[in-house]
Write a protein that binds this ligand. Structure first.
Ligand SMILES: C[S@@+](CC[C@H](N)C(=O)[O-])C[C@H]1O[C@@H](n2cnc3c(N)ncnc32)[C@H](O)[C@@H]1O
Length: 378
């Protein structure tokens, strides 16, 4: 190892979504796996990025890197395999005509309620909402589907998605959906109105600059549609080893708003860390379970793409967590750094920013799992 390893646990909160709650637009839709605007801004300063530079986030999630780039006038490209993530990234980074949106809102809320059928919805969705809430959601979904302007349609779809979450009995707990009893559930219509108003306010408040933003629904392991050496920096957080059920935890949103009722096994297998049937023998030297080898094989493809896409002396930062298994903790940041070095990257630093004690189901301590930043330079 010829790189510096530091501890900066004071940065821990910045690699969570929590600080985004206080920032206009960033706060739309709580994306648990996200990092914060403040983290991205800190990295922009460290990397000395300027207006007109190009930044890539190949696992863009809810679009935090892209939106921060828009604030700074930096051009950005985001990639994600999950349609919900692509949708969030697009809606949050578009330029809107607020007056037009206000007219559309007036139209939406002036429509008289007609009772939709809730037949055909999965048991999961039925359990998540009261019958009245579901009818309201489906009614507004229908009204929104008739909006012709795609920008406005997507904007109000997101607002409805956020409102639906507020009247839901389901909540996300790590990678699983859980249910709670609620004594008082507010009716959807006023909640939806309030969210739309807040989103209008946010659009007025967030100061952005002119920049180019592109969001692709694609796989970070194959970015051949992007040109060699076209980025000054990469800021990203790949899925963590063994915490990967992204589709499942968003299945209510996927069914209600993207009409995806069943999990597409083929799509799922393309997620990093799941395709364990490929040949991963090159990682046999690692003492990790097959899923771990698959993860490192996939991440090797991603890192090779990033190397190709960065320009000379281009910088990258990856937020990664150690992999927790019942009998051990896998030092993902160290292994990824070694892989990056083999590809040709200069590993500048690893900074540990979070640590948590992990236990097995019998509450026996497995160890301490770290979350770290890996700084690479081409
Ligand atoms: C940790 S989250 C990123 C969150 C993001 N930094 C934010 O602030 O919202 C990882 C993302 O990687 C996506 N992902 C998983 N496998 C992928 C792949 N093979 N290619 C592209 N994206 C992938 C997931 O859908 C998820 O949105």
């Amino acid at each position: 190892m010829d790189y510096i390893i530091e501890e900066k646990f004071e940065l821990g909160p910045l690699v969570t979504f929590v600080p985004n709650k206080k920032h206009p637009v960033y706060s739309w839709f709580h994306f648990k796996e996200g990092f914060s605007r403040d983290f991205v801004m800190m990295i922009f300063d460290q990397f000395k990025l300027m207006e007109g530079d190009w930044v890539l986030d190949p696992f863009c999630g809810s679009g935090t890197t892209l939106l921060a780039s828009k604030e700074r006038g930096i051009n950005s490209v985001g990639v994600d395999v999950m349609p919900l993530a692509v949708f969030l990234s697009q809606v949050k980074t578009m330029d809107y005509d607020l007056r037009h949106l206000k007219n559309v809102a007036q139209d939406i809320f002036s429509k008289r309620f007609t009772k939709p059928s809730i037949e055909g919805l999965s048991p999961l969705v039925r359990r998540a909402f009261t019958k009245y809430a579901l009818e309201d959601i489906l009614f507004f979904k229908q009204v929104i589907s008739e909006i012709r302007d795609v920008l406005a349609k997507n904007f109000f779809t997101l607002a409805l998605m956020i409102a639906a979450n507020k009247v839901s009995m389901a909540y996300k707990d790590g990678a699983v959906i859980k249910f709670r009893k609620r004594k008082h559930i507010p009716p959807l219509r006023p909640v939806f109105k309030r969210i739309v108003k807040k989103m209008f306010y946010d659009l007025k408040t967030l100061q952005t600059k002119k920049s180019i933003i592109k969001v692709y629904h694609a796989d970070a392991r194959r970015l051949d549609f992007l040109e060699d050496r076209s980025f000054n920096a990469v800021i990203t957080s790949p899925p963590y080893l063994n915490i990967i059920d992204y589709i499942k935890v968003y299945s209510i949103e996927n069914e209600l708003f993207f009409n995806q009722t069943k999990i597409d096994i083929h799509g799922l297998r393309s997620y990093i860390g799941i395709d364990i049937e490929k040949n991963y023998s090159e990682f046999d030297y690692l003492d990790v379970p097959p899923i771990g080898k698959a993860y490192f094989r996939d991440m090797k493809d991603v890192l090779s793409e990033l190397y190709r896409l960065l320009n000379e002396r281009g910088n990258a930062v990856l937020v990664v967590g150690e992999g927790v298994f019942p009998d051990k903790i896998i030092p993902v940041p160290i292994i990824l750094s070694e892989i990056a070095k083999d590809i040709g990257f200069h590993v500048k630093r690893i900074v540990h920013v979070n640590k948590r004690t992990v236990t097995d189901p019998n509450r026996k301590k497995i160890g301490i799992a770290l979350e770290s930043l890996i700084f690479l330079e081409k």
